[in-house]
Design a protein around this ligand. Structure first.
Ligand SMILES: [Zn+2]
Ligand SMILES: [Zn+2]
Length: 110
């Protein structure tokens, strides 16, 4: 929990629970953080994957973790990544296990 400040998403002056280091910093209040995480989680569940080893679509998703990426300064082509999802996927047909890592850059501004 950080001091009260202006949430970068909703603009309300309230308690900040997550801060992504950037210029300027991206600040999230609890409501906005919950909403971002819920959105990515919901849409991740809708995504279809194929096994990267055998091409099968019989994939089981496990260990989904979604959060605000506070700790790491993620600079990919100068774009800051605020929300991430990591999951373990297992192929039912060939038993291969692999991971996917989603980094949400937010809406395109240019
Ligand atoms: Zn907010
Ligand atoms: Zn497979």
């Amino acid at each position: 929990m950080y001091a009260k400040d202006k949430c970068s998403v909703c603009g309300n002056y309230t308690y900040i629970i997550a801060k992504v280091t950037s210029v300027p910093d991206i600040l999230y209040c609890k409501n906005c953080s919950d909403a971002e995480i819920e959105r990515l989680e919901k849409n991740f569940i809708l995504m279809k994957f194929v096994c990267i080893r055998c091409g099968s679509t019989n994939i089981v998703k496990e260990d989904l973790r979604v959060g605000i990426n506070e700790d790491v300064i993620n600079s990919f082509n100068g774009i800051v990544i605020g929300v991430y999802a990591v999951a373990r996927l297992a192929c039912i047909d060939c038993k291969n296990v692999f991971h996917v890592n989603f980094l949400d850059n937010g809406p395109r501004t240019k």
